[in-house]
Design a protein around this ligand. Structure first.
Ligand code: ADP
Length: 597
């Protein structure tokens, strides 16, 4: 079967004129009826890779998905695009379950979403065996592996289920992240025939990465006030901080929701729901928030505290910009948060070996927050990729508008201090010596007699620690890992002193927002309002009506009639029928036209 046919389906049902580059190979492979594993980052568009073949194949497509809340969203999206789909999981009422069954039996449903636990039910197997299954798509396939970050035992029974089907269907698997070990596990557990693996880069070009050494209160107040109409998530380490900021921001007139494990199930469901539906634009949450979130128009993710490791960070920022539109990711660094993580690891019931891994991962995260090099490249390297170019032009380190500050003398002082002390110490102790602090330990170990004692007394201990962290990221200082990591000099530091080199760092002032096109924003807001009203009327989340990307294209292309409207990427036949009139009338309204001239 050719790709041409698939492209026609993509246009007709989803309104997209072409597959993205990394989708093509995956879809082609599936159409050739080869078992396929696709590892593609969030937002790459994994769903259509199996939904479009599902429309082409004669039989049923079963999608195995671990997240009940996501299933409902997926089915709503498919139905709103005119594709008959149903779900089967424990959340269904008896009457809904009966309706799903009838739809499967009668051959009306093309796509069935099912929770993995259901695959063990004899009743379900009998039901499915009344039909012909063409394709099984395993979503979040990393759940099959114990090495993955979200192991689900029921996933290991998928192969047993497949073997009970009348005919073996084509099996495909999708995930956003998989190390090589996880990849091998997926293939083995799913019993792939001829496996073909497609791995896309982890790099997400539309995510703009920033690290700021800034206190959260002031930043959040300003940022959230300025970005009132955008949807976003703010992550905190503790529930207490979520609650404190919830009160603080609400009392400053900013509408926010919250989400953490200390709230009741019902409160959490309500928070998530109002966020999905754009009733609340911003959610403050702990890392418990986000698993069941498929919202495509999240424009920013802010980490008010540094997260525990780069994997979590990548996963959490990954929730921004699924629609491919530019989105901002801010990481606010403060050394007190590092202490908090260390405390949490020390209190953890994990084995010593496991704790060491956690400390090491935290150190990598701290290095990320201090590196002067390209942040996108740093993430790619961490996940085992070799970036083609080491300048992404969209992270704070690659942007041009910097002040370069000469830190040569400061670096010499730090390096000399570490070189001269007999015992190996951690960052805080070295900073205390340089500051000339009268801390008990300094006096007890007679470090106040060191020649470098107090030679940076003009600086705060925090500032000195920051400079030390820069030198660690730039590999002048090595860190021996553990609960109390100790510092030593690298070869590079010795060469720096010997060759009298210079050391500079770039000042990390937040880049000023480019002048916002007010006219554009005005229409965008009107379109968002219409989208919200229509979504409420049809009981959908607004992003299911049209994505932000599609709204922006409407403003750029200004369709005047139905034909032009259908040409907009993201508008399929069904959506033209459902919403075309209202959007066209808004776009053609006298006000918009007057502004256009
Ligand atoms: P993933 O599951 O990989 O995170 P999704 O399947 O949710 O990604 O897709 C992300 C967004 O990209 C969705 O809004 C989807 O409709 C859109 N999308 C998918 N394929 C295309 C395409 N070929 N052209 C334009 N947009 C697309």
């Amino acid at each position: 079967m050719e790709l041409k046919n698939a492209s026609e389906m993509l246009l007709k049902y989803f309104g997209y004129s072409e597959f993205r580059e990394n989708q093509i190979a995956v879809v082609e492979n599936i159409l050739k009826k080869k078992d396929t594993l696709a590892i593609m980052p969030t937002g790459a568009g994994k769903s259509v890779c199996y939904q479009v073949p599902a429309l082409i194949f004669g039989g049923l497509t079963l999608v195995i998905s671990p997240l009940i809340s996501l299933m409902k969203d997926q089915v709503d999206i498919l139905e709103s695009n005119g594709i008959p789909a149903v779900l089967i999981n424990s959340s269904l009422k008896v009457s809904e379950y009966r309706r799903s069954k009838e739809s499967i039996r009668s051959g009306k449903a093309k796509i069935v979403y099912v929770a993995p636990e259901r695959l063990e039910s004899e009743e379900f197997i009998e039901l499915i065996n009344e039909c012909e299954v063409s394709l099984v798509a395993v979503d979040e396939a990393h759940c099959v592996s114990q090495w993955g970050h979200d192991f689900r035992p029921s996933y290991t029974r998928i192969q047993g289920f497949i073997s009970k089907l009348k005919n073996r269907p084509l099996v495909t698997a999708f995930t956003a992240t998989a190390t090589e070990e996880v990849e091998e596990d997926i293939k083995a557990h799913l019993g792939f025939n001829q496996v073909n693996t497609f791995r896309s880069s982890v790099n997400r070009k539309n995510l703009k990465l920033y690290v700021l050494k800034q206190e959260a209160k002031k930043f959040l107040l300003e940022y959230l006030q300025k970005n009132r109409d955008s949807s976003g998530i703010v992550y905190f380490i503790t529930r207490k901080e979520v609650d404190t900021y919830y009160e603080f921001l609400s009392s400053n007139g900013i509408s926010v929701g919250r989400y953490h494990a200390g709230m009741s199930d019902q409160e959490r469901i309500m928070s998530q729901d109002s966020f999905q539906k754009d009733d609340v634009k911003v959610i403050l949450g702990t890392n418990a928030f986000g698993m069941g979130i498929d919202k495509s128009n999240i424009r920013f993710v802010i980490h008010a505290n540094i997260p525990k490791d780069l994997e979590s960070y990548y996963q959490e920022i990954g929730r921004a910009g699924r629609d491919g539109e530019n989105s901002e990711c801010y990481l606010l660094f403060q050394s007190k948060d590092v202490m908090m993580h260390k405390y949490m690891i020390s209190e953890d019931r994990a084995t010593l070996e496991h704790k060491k891994i956690k400390y090491d991962k935290l150190n990598i995260m701290i290095n990320y927050a201090h590196t002067q090099k390209c942040l996108s490249s740093a993430i790619m390297k961490y996940f085992g990729e070799t970036p083609e170019i080491e300048c992404c032009e969209s992270c704070i380190n690659c942007l041009a508008d910097y002040k370069v500050i000469d830190y040569t003398i400061q670096a010499q002082k730090v390096i000399s201090c570490i070189g001269k002390v007999k015992t190996k110490y951690g960052i805080k102790m070295i900073a205390d010596i340089l500051k000339g602090s009268k801390q008990k330990k300094i006096l007890q170990f007679q470090l106040d007699t060191q020649s470098t004692y107090g030679i940076m007394s003009d600086y705060s201990v925090d500032k000195i620690s920051e400079i030390i962290n820069f030198l660690i990221s730039d590999e002048y200082i090595d860190v021996e890992s553990g609960k109390f990591p100790t510092l030593s000099l690298s070869r590079r530091a010795l060469e720096f002193i010997k060759n009298r080199e210079c050391y500079t760092i770039k000042s990390k002032e937040a880049k000023k927002n480019s002048t916002v096109d007010e006219f554009f924003e005005d229409i965008f807001n009107q379109l968002r309002k219409l989208r919200y009203d229509l979504a409420t009327r049809h009981n959908l989340a607004p992003y299911m009506v049209f994505s932000d990307a599609t709204l922006r294209l409407m403003i750029q292309n200004r369709p005047k009639n139905e034909e032009e409207f259908l040409n907009i990427s993201g508008v399929g036949k069904k959506k033209l029928e459902m919403y075309g009139k209202q959007f066209l009338s808004l776009l053609n309204s006298s006000r918009v036209l007057a502004e256009k001239v």
